[in-house]
Structure formats: structure tokens, C-alpha cells
Design a binder for this molecule. Sequence first.
Ligand code: NDP
Ligand code: 8X3
Length: 247
Amino acid sequence: MKTAFVTGASSGIGQATARALAAAGFQLIIAGRRQERLAALAAELAPVPVHALAFDVRDRAAVEAAVGGLPAEFARIDVLINNAGNAHGLAPIQDGDVADWDAMLDGNVKGLLYVSRAVLPRMGEGGFIVNIGSIAGHEAYANGNVYCASKAAVAMLTRTMRLDLLPRGIRVAEVAPGMVETEFSEVRFKGDEARAATVYKGVQPLTAADIADLIQFMVTRPPHVQIAEVIIFPAAQAAAATVRRDA
Ligand code: NDP
Ligand code: 8X3
């Protein structure tokens, strides 16, 4: 049985991806900070073998300890989905909250690096890494500043990782979604549900399951196929800040 490691599996895109990969025949390593969510997901996916790891991707020692301590039956990793991440705040650069900047750069960029560095010794020829970027990494939008920069880093890291890992036969891809309704906006607006709801007002956003379908398709292609970059929008979105809304 092949093993897929999904970070940020306690919610949204990561949780849906864990479900989709379990349905595709993978056993799973699922990670996040909210341990009870991971336990519930593992119970839901039974009898698929699932190993849950609770750690903060910003904590390098915790990442190394968690991955280093994987039991033998989960020690080889075929697929890594670097999904953990969030936006924190939406403010002009001159008013930005420095703690939010740290959370985004440390989580979205350094966290992805720490997890990849820890997992790569466990991945062989034919492996596949999917980094979850964003349309925000391909286009600037007002007040997106540090989130956009963190996702632009994910886009460029994906391309450079693909070059570096070519000799090892490891494929690397970026999935860059537009608007997906998850806990993303609630986190961005620090629990302000009314403000989060305005993001999706009058529009049918993508669901986490839509992104999971795409990821499942990508990682189940034959070994000679490497889908390298995909931007995925809801039909009502044409660019980061260009969305058709019902009146
Ligand atoms: P959610 O808020 O629903 O999920 C985020 C996940 O990331 C959670 O499982 C959370 O787990 C985990 N996570 C966040 N920070 C950390 C951390 N420091 N350490 C460990 N785990 C962490 O949002 P989405 O599912 O939408 O987001 C998933 C990815 O998709 C993110 O990288 C996001 O930037 C990206 N994305 C989202 C889009 C959207 O519109 N929703 C569009 C484009 C990209 P826990 O809190 O338990 O630690
Ligand atoms: C999430 C999509 O447009 O809010 O990455 O940045 S956006």
C-alpha cells in the first residue's frame, strides 16, 4: 500500500484530500495542530491505516521529531501534500501586524520547507510532492502583500524543487486555487464569521472536495506523467480580485 502524507489535514482542503487519497487506495499520515480533529478523521477513514501527527509546522524541532518517529509501516512516503497554511489579516502594508507576517512566512514558507526536508529522505523514485500555493502567489491583490509573497515563494520553491529532485525521480507540482470555501477566511479574519461570509457572498466558490479531486487525479497519473502547475478557479472567478457576483 502506498503512503500519502497530508499536512493541514484537520480542516478544509487537507481534510478533503486525505479522504480522496484514502478512497484512491493510499494509507495516510495526517498532520495538523488540532489533535482531536485528526483523531476524528482517522476514525472516519477506518479501516484505512492512518497515522496522525500533531505538530506546528513552524516548529522545526517538532517537525523533525514527528517525522523521525514514524513507525516502520509508515516510514516510506510516496506522496507528500504540503497543504498546511493560512492567511492572517488583510491590511495595507503600512498597517500590517508583524505577528501576522511572521505567522504567514513561518507557516506557509518555512513550514513547507521543514516538512519537505524531513520527508525527503523517506521518499524514493516515483515519489510526488504537491505544494498548495494560491492564485495569490501568481497575482498581486490589494492588501494581500505578505500572504501573496508567501505563496509566490511556494510557487518558486515548487519550480526549484522540481529541478533539484529530477535526478531522484521525484515529481513536484503546485496547485494554486482561487476562492475555496473552507475555514480559510475565518482564520484570515480572526474568527469574524460575518466578514468571512462576505468573501463568498453572491458567488459559488470551489469546495475543498473540488481541490481534492484534482490532487487525487494528479498523484494517480502513471509514473511518467508530471502535471507541474495548475491554477483552479470557480467558474465565477477570472482573476484574484475579479469575481462575478449575483446581485
Ligand atoms: P483551513 O483553514 O480550512 O485549513 C488550514 C489547515 O492548515 C488546517 O488543517 C490547519 O490545521 C493547518 N495549519 C495552519 N497553520 C498551521 C501550522 N502552523 N502548523 C500546522 N498546521 C497548520 O484552510 P484551507 O483548507 O483553505 O487552506 C489549506 C491551504 O490552501 C493553505 O495553504 C491555503 O493558503 C491554501 N489556499 C486556500 C484557498 C482558499 O480560498 N481557501 C485558496 C488558495 C490556497 P490546525 O489549525 O489544526 O493546525
Ligand atoms: C486564497 C485565495 O485570493 O484569498 O489563497 O488569496 S486568495
